[in-house]
Design a protein around this ligand. Sequence first.
Ligand code: CA
Ligand code: CA
Length: 147
Amino acid sequence: MSVENFFSKEEKKQITDAIAEAEKNTSGEIRLHMEGHCTIDVLDRAAYIFGKLKMLETAQRNGVLFYLAVHDHKFAILGDAGINQLVPANFWDEIKETMLAYFKEGKFTDGLAKGILMAGEQLKANFPFHKDDVDELMNEISFDKNI
Ligand code: CA
Ligand code: CA
């Protein structure tokens, strides 16, 4: 099964809606990238994708990538330098744990949506939304073949 068909159209919408909702709280830019397999260290792979998706180009360096290799059950949340220098190292831990609890029950869509919304809420403190905020990175899910 192609990774693009892992989620139904409705499930994809639930996820992109969650990103849009999260970005109402924060100037941070959230993206989800999905692929089937990840044969290297998941954070290395997420960092590579981060660059490929031009996520290093946000004005405040506050992009956040949710990365999921669905068949290999690998998952990472990666924030850009602007975030890392302001938040503690364990900033994503609670979100990750919450999401993994959903994933273990097979609830991938709900887990991703929940984690994305949590990220928006947590980022609000350091990167609040401003009325003149622009959507610097599109909210659509990206897949391996787009890279
Ligand atoms: Ca924005
Ligand atoms: Ca966006």
